[in-house]
Design a protein around this ligand. Structure first.
Ligand SMILES: NC(=O)c1ccc[n+]([C@@H]2O[C@H](COP(=O)([O-])OP(=O)(O)OC[C@H]3O[C@@H](n4cnc5c(N)ncnc54)[C@H](O)[C@@H]3O)[C@@H](O)[C@H]2O)c1
Length: 279
């Protein structure tokens, strides 16, 4: 596909990797919005990444689920819903070598990946006065450099194949507001992800590759196991819906951004936060 063809709506229809006939129909109606797609999900061993892998598979996509933890990945594969295959890839998604293995694993699904969810991340807490240089480097490596390297590896393969695709970067409300004390390193890593999302979208639009972000608020996962409804009532009071998200509620937004329904959406971020950012 030439850059001009990629910009043309008619061409977008002709080369669409989803199923236009299914556009706008909910998964609950038994329609597969990602049928025929091949997706990579990083950090898919547990939490949001696992929920995203399951939802993409349920929508008909083949999924490479990547994570550092092999045992967790086994459970992700074991719980896979009918509809799409999930292939595990044990790899460090913050390093080029690991990411090359992950994208190579897509061959077992029949071709290059046309969907990427940059989800792997680490949470790091502590006041600005205490944070160690090594910790800053670790967090930026996993949360920011990893998604950048993954997007590069993903886009190179897609451009070489002349095919369109979509990336969703998992950011955070902390990229938008100073939501909680002690999260400066994590917040900076996610703020950079948002800036990268906008700039990469501008770069890759001519190839028919869209890049967007989802900014979750508080999700019930292992990452936030130290937070509970009772001791963190002040946090809940800042969320108009007065509850954390279930991982599946974030996964639903990821599906929409990857699917053809979002065909004219790129370079933006969607808050899925129970109203937190608007309050
Ligand atoms: N939980 C929340 O409240 C919350 C809020 C906003 C944003 N987020 C974001 O959502 C995403 C998922 O978070 P979660 O709550 O599911 O976290 P989690 O800690 O439960 O899961 C993260 C997964 O990423 C994997 N991982 C970490 N480093 C990796 C690496 N280098 N290579 C491969 N895999 C790696 C871990 O092994 C783990 O399976 C993250 O990007 C996180 O920043 C979470």
């Amino acid at each position: 596909m030439t850059p001009d063809q990629a910009r043309s709506p008619a061409s977008a229809q002709a080369t669409s990797v989803g199923s236009p006939a299914n556009a706008g129909s909910p998964a609950s109606a038994g329609v597969s919005r990602l049928s025929g797609r091949r997706a990579v999900v990083t950090g898919a061993g547990r939490g949001l990444g696992r929920a995203v892998a399951w939802r993409l598979a349920a929508e008909g996509a083949g999924v490479v689920a990547a994570d550092l933890n092999a045992e967790d990945l086994e459970q992700t594969v074991a719980g896979s819903p009918a509809g799409g295959a999930i292939v595990p890839a044990v790899a460090d998604c913050s390093r080029r070598d690991g990411l090359e293995q992950v994208f190579d694993a897509c061959a077992t699904l029949g071709g290059v990946a046309d969907a990427l969810v940059n989800n792997a991340a680490v949470l790091s807490g502590g006041p600005v006065t205490d944070v160690a240089e090594e910790e800053i480097e670790r967090v930026l490596r996993v949360n920011t450099i990893g998604p950048m390297l993954a997007t590069t590896a993903f886009a190179r393969r897609l451009v070489a194949a002349g095919a369109p695709g979509a990336v969703v970067n998992i950011a955070s409300t902390t990229a938008h507001i100073a939501s909680l004390p002690g999260l400066s390193t994590y917040a900076a890593s996610k703020g950079a992800v948002l800036a990268y999302t906008r700039a990469a979208a501008a770069d890759l639009a001519r190839y028919g590759i869209r890049v967007n972000a989802v900014s979750p608020g508080w999700i019930r996962t292992a990452m936030t196991s130290g937070i509970d409804d009772e001791s963190d009532a002040p946090l809940l009071r800042r969320i108009p819906m007065r509850r954390p998200a279930e991982p599946a509620e974030i996964a639903a937004a990821v599906v929409w951004l990857l699917a053809d329904d979002a065909g004219y959406v790129t370079g933006t971020s969607m808050a899925v936060d129970g109203g937190w950012l608007g309050y």
